[in-house]
Design a protein around this ligand. Structure first.
Ligand code: FUB
Length: 342
């Protein structure tokens, strides 16, 4: 952790670059500067907001349809005591070189807690170029994390997100189409073949499975999550509102909210259900398109207020060099969610 030797409160007063706190008023700017961060997953534990992010870098890998230029190699944790900042960047907490089965592209992560153990869930490509989901553990929310020797069996693709429900059950959601390879998974099997539904057929949905009590494996086969329109009809593959990537589920006032990116339409949207498995009913746009091709987000409640964590590329002008930001999130009386980015 940065600020080593000093208490967290002392470290929070330190202004500086990578590995120290920033004095940015984060509701108006990036959470941290001097390092590119993306794909934020926010969790409040013991009154502190921990934001788990991927770490964008310019490594010279050429842009392609597989997203190879999103060539990230490690994860970071950013800590906030207050949504207005300052933010403390704890630096790299897990590097691809320390994951026995992973080779590249450490994309959007999430974290979970069980007792005094903290879990980092992450996607990465293995030696065969297949996106798999890994898990790493730590005794601290700020790492460092130690990876399990093998990825989680029975599930793949990208963008893991874990919902810990009120009864303690934990659900793992994953998925991203195109470069995220969701279209190449048939149940628990990676086929290597792009199989997209026809434009007028039900869209590909993220996958969900309950995790075992130790959060290291699936407790059941993964199933597909369906998102429907207001009439209960599945959104079709040709519908710009359909799921693209970045699933995130929060339970707000007893309702399960599935947040996801629509990809080509460049919006963050949400859908609601009375079950963590869905089906989810499409509700609307949470975040209008940001600068940059990708849009990704998560939801956290700090000091009684709801926030959206998201990223954009407005500072760099390059899709693959992003900054994580935070915006107030309004929960409307009818259950709709809308973010108010600055
Ligand atoms: O950051 C790499 C990938 O881009 C993520 O996994 C996607 O959700 C998108 O943000």
């Amino acid at each position: 952790m940065s600020g080593a030797g000093a208490g967290v409160e002392d470290a929070l007063r330190v202004a500086g670059a990578d590995g120290t706190a920033t004095e940015t008023v984060v509701l108006d700017g990036p959470l941290v500067e001097g390092v590119w961060t993306a794909d934020p997953s926010g969790h409040v534990w013991d009154g502190v907001l921990y934001v788990y992010t991927s770490h964008d870098e310019e490594t010279g890998v050429a842009r392609d349809d597989d997203g190879s230029h999103y060539d990230m190699r490690d994860y970071r944790v950013i800590e906030l005591r207050d949504a207005g900042g300052p933010a403390l960047d704890h630096g790299a907490v897990l590097h691809v070189d320390d994951v026995p089965w992973a080779e590249r592209q450490m994309w959007a992560p999430d974290a979970a807690r069980r007792g005094d153990t903290f879990y980092l869930f992450f996607p990465a490509k293995d030696l065969d170029g297949v996106f798999r989901i890994g898990v790493a553990t730590s005794c601290s929310p700020t790492g460092p994390f130690t990876a399990e020797p093998e990825p989680i069996a029975g599930i793949g693709s990208i963008d893991p997100a874990v919902l810990t429900d009120d009864d303690g059950s934990a659900y793992l959601y994953v998925g991203g189409i195109m470069g995220g390879q969701l279209q190449r998974w048939d149940g628990a099997t990676y086929t290597g073949v792009d199989a997209y539904p026809a434009p007028d057929a039900p869209a590909l949905g993220p996958r969900v499975a309950r995790l075992t009590d130790d959060l290291l494996a699936l407790a059941e086969p993964a199933r597909e999550v369906v998102v429907t329109d207001a009439d209960g009809q599945p959104l079709t593959q040709g519908d710009p509102r359909r799921f693209f990537e970045g699933p995130w589920v929060s339970r707000i006032d007893g309702v399960y909210h599935l947040l996801y990116s629509t990809g080509g339409a460049h919006t963050l949207v949400h859908a609601t259900s009375d079950s963590p498995y869905g089906p989810f009913t499409f509700r609307g746009t949470v975040l209008e398109p940001v600068v940059g091709w990708t849009t990704q987000g998560s939801i956290a409640q700090l000091d009684g207020r709801w926030y959206l964590l998201y990223h954009d590329a407005r500072a760099s002008g390059h899709d693959h060099l992003r900054n994580v930001r935070i915006a107030p999130l309004t929960v409307h009386a009818d259950g709709r969610l809308t973010a108010d980015p600055r």
